[in-house]
Ligand binder design. Structure first.
Ligand code: ATP
Ligand code: MP5
Length: 268
């Protein structure tokens, strides 16, 4: 059997299986890669929100990373929930020595508004983590938190992406998922740019409330595509198509916001 491309996620666990490490590994499998994980934190989480979160020691994060990278090897990395300044700095130092594409999803709060990153970690995200990124994928709240730019309509995405690029990632993919239906005219629009090229990623907006895990899914899909050898624009286009299908097929689970369907392509 040929060895599949290998992708690594450095993120938190979502016990409900819709976001975090669980979303990342499912996405990596769905896109034909071997997914591996470095766990940063454990959350007690379901369709109603986050009921508890426990961070792992930096030493445990470093040890997982070394185990995977030194023996198995990785062809792309994605990061998600990093919880604290100490873990942001630990992960940034590990990534700085790794010569493969890195997708940084600067996760700040959950869909329900629960904090997944300490405010005291924002500076380390700006100065240490973002410079390691091949692609950074903030949502609009994360852009505002990290750069002070508030996006109210599609035209603002350009200014937001430029402000993200100022922190050093090679590409910025600013997600317009949180633009309201009236400002985005029925589309879910994201902007990918490296400051020279611009790629507008457009897809139909699905009126489905079961969207838990969209951000994690998009970022890990990009990492999977990069592990397979795509360029960044190719990876982003393929990831957008995958997440759009997963949102369209999102399903009810529990009493609140259900997950996107990572297996939508399997179900025909
Ligand atoms: N209702 C929707 N229909 C179609 N695509 C969507 C919808 N909502 C978000 N998207 C797309 O999903 C991807 C993730 O964007 P989003 O802004 O939701 O990320 P996020 O905020 O990190 O996720 P979350 O809100 O789950 O934390 C983007 O490509 C975005 O355009
Ligand atoms: C452990 C963990 N990591 C990340 C997210 C954000 O999820 P998303 O932005 O994909 O909805 C989450 N809810 N839980």
């Amino acid at each position: 059997m040929p060895t599949p491309p290998r992708a690594l996620t450095v993120a938190g666990s979502d016990s409900g299986g819709g976001a975090g490490i669980q979303a990342d590994l499912k996405t990596m499998l769905a896109l034909g890669t071997h997914g591996m994980s470095v766990l940063t934190a454990v959350t007690a989480q379901n369709s109603l929100g986050v009921q508890g979160a426990w961070e792992l020691p930096a030493e445990a994060v470093r040890a997982q990373f070394r185990s995977v990278v030194d023996d198995i090897g990785v062809q792309a990395v994605k990061t998600g929930m990093l919880s604290s300044a100490a873990l942001v700095e630990t992960v940034a130092a590990l990534l700085a020595d790794l010569d493969v594409p890195v997708v940084i999803d600067p996760v700040g709060v959950s869909k329900h508004g629960d904090p997944l990153l300490a405010e005291s970690a924002l500076d380390a995200v700006r100065t240490k983590l973002l410079p390691t990124a091949t692609v950074a994928t903030p949502n609009l709240d994360e852009v505002a938190q990290l750069t002070g730019v508030h996006v109210r309509e599609e035209a603002d995405l350009r200014r937001a992406a430029a402000a993200v690029l100022d922190h050093g990632p090679r590409w910025a993919l600013v997600k317009g998922g949180h633009l309201t239906a009236d400002t985005a005219a029925g589309e879910a629009v994201d902007l990918l740019t490296d400051g020279r090229e611009e790629h507008w990623l457009r897809a139909p907006r699905h009126d489905n409330r079961h969207t838990h895990g969209t951000g994690c899914t998009l970022a890990s899909a990009i990492a999977a595509q990069l592990a397979k050898g795509d360029t960044v624009p190719q990876a982003a286009a393929a990831a957008k198509e995958y997440v759009t299908g997963a949102i369209a097929a999102g399903f009810r689970l529990g009493a609140g916001i259900g997950p996107v369907d990572h297996g939508w392509r399997l179900r025909g």
